[in-house]
Design a protein around this ligand. Structure first.
Ligand SMILES: Cc1cc2nc3c(=O)[nH]c(=O)nc-3n(C[C@H](O)[C@H](O)[C@H](O)COP(=O)(O)OP(=O)(O)OC[C@H]3O[C@@H](n4cnc5c(N)ncnc54)[C@H](O)[C@@H]3O)c2cc1C
Length: 385
């Protein structure tokens, strides 16, 4: 067993960190205020191969591994602690992976190069107003006729729809193509966000302001049959494959954020004094720091294992990605909360930046990429079977 990163991975971390320090850090506050990540950033990130790293060389991507993608995800979250850029990145990475694995050649040739160069966004539209956890019970329909899929229905809490409509891109969308057979009647279709018949309503989120979350209404939206991903009625399985891989990236982002919060917290408690001593001299605080550092280390190791298993295509990788998605957001929230308390009143101000991270991390606690209880459903089923 080797716990070290390869020389290439160390270089990837260093180069990514330097790139983000220069091209993302100056805009993070502005992004949180104005709710928009500059397209210029994505284009430069595309040039540097860090916007959708799993895309293969033949489609213009860098053909990196899941473990490499985890490194990039950690570094992005360290810089944009609002998690907005992390979400954009993880969607582009995971759902481009699904398109690359199951999509038709023509669609891949058309979309993947533009996703890899940062000019197009790709996300997932699964959740509906009636619920997100119970994917098998979606109601949006897809009627297949005359070489087209005609879509009617509604999706909810969908990330990136506003950006995809404005800048180009769309969502792998789950539609019901056969009634009465639950998850065996679902098809995945790529739907561009600017297709006729689509109405996007932006929701008012509490955090991760740099990427929109929206309701999408579909009224007789027509897309060509070539946009069907893989086989008809197999879409549920492709979406589970995507979610299982996306959860590795979510957890990596949470871990990157935890490391960053802890780093800032440790610097602060070594400087700040109370009762004539540094805060770090009080065991109530230094022991908390020891606990947090241990938790983050455990979370990162579990995440690296999930990424490793995904890279070697171990069929059990999904158990580890679910464990990782279960623990990392909770540890990130705990770390953020405790560091905020170390900062005292300053932690509650926008100047400290801690509140921005807290607002962002909540999205992973409540549901994005799967609710925590659903991770427990997956893990318990796997270990009890
Ligand atoms: C910021 C943000 C961005 C998102 N982006 C996207 C996106 O891009 N695309 C997309 O498709 N979706 C997106 N979602 C939706 C997300 O996938 C859902 O929030 C998630 O699947 C949960 O669905 P729900 O919110 O409808 O909650 P529900 O499914 O209604 O669940 C509500 C609560 O009940 C619990 N629960 C449900 N079933 C069980 C069970 N069997 N046992 C125990 N507890 C259970 C859940 O854990 C949860 O706490 C996003 C969500 C957020 C918050």
């Amino acid at each position: 067993m080797d716990f070290s990163l390869s020389d290439e991975q160390k270089l990837l971390r260093k180069n990514t960190a330097e790139f983000l320090e220069k091209n993302l850090k100056p805009f993070v506050r502005e992004i949180d205020n104005n709710g928009e990540i500059p397209m210029e950033f994505f284009r430069k990130a595309g040039e540097n191969g860090i916007i959708s790293p799993l895309i293969k060389l033949k489609y213009g991507g860098p053909s990196l591994s899941f473990m490499d993608s985890v490194i990039i995800s950690e570094e992005i979250a360290r810089i944009d602690t609002s998690m907005a850029t992390s979400v954009y990145y993880l969607l582009n990475t995971s759902w481009a992976y699904v398109l690359q694995k199951y999509g038709k050649q023509e669609l891949k040739d058309k979309l993947l190069p533009e996703i890899a160069n940062g000019s197009k966004f790709i996300g997932i539209a699964s959740t509906e107003p009636s619920g997100g956890s119970d994917v098998a019970n979606i109601k949006t329909t897809g009627r297949i006729e005359n070489g087209k899929v005609i879509i009617n229905g509604e999706k909810m809490y969908i990330s990136g729809a506003v950006e995809a409509k404005k800048n180009g891109g769309g969502h792998l969308t789950l539609v019901k193509t056969k009634e009465g057979v639950g998850h065996k009647g679902i098809t995945m279709v790529y739907v561009p966000a600017n297709a006729d018949g689509i109405e996007i309503t932006k929701l008012n989120n509490m955090g991760r302001m740099g990427i929109s979350t929206s309701g999408i209404k579909y009224t007789n939206v027509e897309v060509p049959e070539e946009n069907i991903i893989g086989e008809i009625n197999e879409g549920f399985y492709y979406s589970m494959d995507g979610f299982n891989h996306a959860r590795i990236m979510v957890a990596a982002a949470c871990n990157g954020l935890s490391y960053k919060m802890l780093e800032e917290g440790l610097n602060y408690i070594k400087e700040r004094k109370a009762f004539g001593k540094h805060l770090s001299d009080f065991e109530a605080i230094s022991f908390e720091a020891a606990d947090l550092r241990t938790d983050v280390e455990m979370a990162a190791l579990l995440n690296y294992k999930a990424a490793y298993l995904a890279d070697v295509e171990d069929p059990d990788f999904y158990i580890y990605s679910s464990m990782s998605k279960l623990k990392s957001p909770q540890i990130a929230m705990d770390t953020t909360k405790k560091v905020m308390m170390w900062f005292g009143a300053y932690g509650y101000t926008k100047d400290s930046g801690i509140e921005m991270a807290a607002r962002g991390i909540f999205s992973y606690l409540v549901g994005a990429e799967g609710a925590l209880n659903i991770m427990k459903v997956i893990i318990s089923k796997a270990i009890l079977k």
